[in-house]
Write a protein that binds this ligand. Structure first.
Ligand SMILES: *Cc1c(COP(=O)(O)O)cnc(C)c1O
Length: 487
């Protein structure tokens, strides 16, 4: 799609055209060789395009819109909760009292910021039904690792050194087995049954005296609520293990169900998903961890506490697993999450879950007429389709995902979870209108029809993007980052 307003700045370069003006030099010129080793000094001038300020402005503005974001279009990337991030969050996070403070400032000079963090901890503890929350971890996976290190410290404090295994369902998020491994445990898989839920018989088979914990993603990555949580909690606790709740996506249960009430000992949340921290592009995130009273002593230090009317950090925590992040967490994301929670209120948060679940079920029921639905049950905030019928026509799920780009949509998560052939995992979120949901479903139906009548158009998609299909492996491993790859 050639764009007139997108100047190819190298091609448009004109000798001596400048986009800046500098005053006459009024200081002595410096000899660079006095300052640097000669090997660092370039011999020829950099071959930079010579363009006007307007041209360079258009260039960067055009580049800034080349990426797809929630603010530019529908983004139903399952498990990632790409919901709208309210802009009032940004206004509040930019207040100088929050944005211009320094982590080394004396506590009495940042009482407002500490109070916000303390209140957020308290609110998140209430939402999850846990005793205490730490805001230190910087992301979901980091929260998982932090929680598992606390579980490890707990078992070791009890002289229970043989608990080396963490049980992870095959429908868990991929970070779960990874975090268990990084925390020094062996990840053991428990299978799902034919309804897509944890198979209790298989759980009984793998649990034992070597079980440190069960890590449960709920709703699981099929978008299904694990119906037998109370039985699972009993099985694990009876064996002396602990229960870890992956609450990265709390979008389906806010105000309706709390991990603490289900028997979980440790839970993490992703503020950059459920609580509207902007994400994508690698951060920053925030993955607070909530624990029961039994685990409070192991929380990362320093722990933010209230002494009378003053907020401050408690470093005197002999059983703490230590610091897991410099300073106190990603404060800016905490401010955004706090703003979101306060603007929504308790009733608003319940509505979030109602609409997230309604939207997902609405789309699922419209799409099941055209795509295979491997687990035909009410879903929570997301659902998983299979493109196996389309595959028989020569159109793979990857092709469908690429074709969606031509309609201006970010594709759903594909080929995950692994227990569904040609999986397409769709998470609409509560912030989209019915018109948007319908338009996306219509595009999916059109693509399925194309697969039957004109498969090439899908196989060769995308047709409207700046670059078409890339070699996915070399694009990631050996990206060409130069404008002119031969220079
Ligand atoms: C996103 C996600 C994670 C990982 O969170 P990051 O912030 O990306 O590390 C873990 N579990 C589930 C269920 C998730 O959706």
């Amino acid at each position: 799609m050639a764009n007139q307003d997108f100047p190819l700045i190298f091609e448009h370069s004109q000798e001596s055209r400048t986009g800046f003006s500098l005053p006459e030099m009024d200081v002595p010129e410096v000899d660079l060789t006095d300052m640097f080793d000669e090997s660092y000094i370039r011999e020829t001038e950099a071959d930079l395009p010579e363009v006007s300020e307007l041209q360079i402005m258009r260039h960067y503005t055009a580049l800034s819109t080349r990426n797809h974001g929630v603010d530019s279009g529908f983004y139903p990337l399952g498990s990632c909760t790409m919901k709208y991030n309210p802009k009032v969050n940004e206004d509040i996070a930019r207040l100088t009292g929050f944005s211009h403070i320094h982590p080394y400032q004396a506590e009495e000079t940042v009482q407002g910021a500490l109070e916000l963090m303390y209140d957020l901890q308290t609110i998140l503890a209430e939402i999850t039904g846990m005793h205490t929350v730490t805001l230190q971890p910087a992301a979901g996976a980091h929260g998982e690792w932090t929680g598992l290190m606390m579980i490890r410290a707990f078992h070791e404090a009890n002289g229970d050194f043989g608990r080396t295994k963490v049980i992870v369902p095959d429908s868990a998020h991929g970070t779960n087995p990874a975090s268990a491994t990084v925390a020094g445990f062996e990840a053991v898989t428990v299978k799902s049954d034919d309804r897509g839920l944890v198979d209790l018989e298989d759980l009984k088979r793998v649990v034992g005296e070597d079980t440190a914990a069960l890590m449960l993603t709920n709703p699981n990555t099929l978008g299904l609520f694990e119906e037998h949580i109370l039985e699972m909690a009993e099985i694990i606790h009876d064996a002396g293990g602990k229960l870890y709740y992956d609450g990265a996506n709390l979008n389906a249960i806010l105000g309706y169900a709390r991990p603490g009430d289900m028997g979980f000992d440790v839970v993490h949340l992703n503020l950059h998903k459920t609580f509207t921290g902007p994400h994508g592009g690698g951060g920053p995130g925030s993955g607070p961890v909530g624990v029961t009273e039994e685990f409070a002593a192991y929380l990362p230090k320093p722990v933010l506490i209230k002494r009378g009317e003053q907020f401050g950090f408690d470093y005197d925590r002999p059983k703490s697993i230590g610091r897991v992040k410099p300073y106190y967490g990603n404060f800016g994301i905490n401010v955004r999450a706090y703003t979101y929670i306060r603007t929504m209120g308790a009733e608003g948060l319940k509505k979030v879950s109602e609409y997230a679940v309604l939207n997902a079920n609405y789309m699922m029921r419209r799409l099941e007429k055209e795509y295979d639905l491997p687990f035909n049950q009410h879903c929570k905030h997301e659902f998983v389709l299979s493109g196996k019928s389309q595959k028989k026509l020569g159109v793979r799920t990857l092709d469908i995902a690429k074709r969606l780009l031509d309609f201006g949509y970010h594709p759903p998560t594909i080929y995950f979870p692994l227990n569904v052939e040609e999986a397409l995992m769709v998470e609409p979120t509560e912030t989209e209108s019915k018109e948007t949901l319908d338009a996306f479903v219509d595009a999916m139906i059109q693509i399925s029809n194309e697969a039957k009548e004109d498969p090439e158009i899908v196989q060769e998609a995308p047709h409207t993007t700046v670059v078409s299909r890339m070699d996915e492996t070399t694009a990631a491993r050996k990206p060409v980052l130069r404008y002119n790859k031969d220079s």
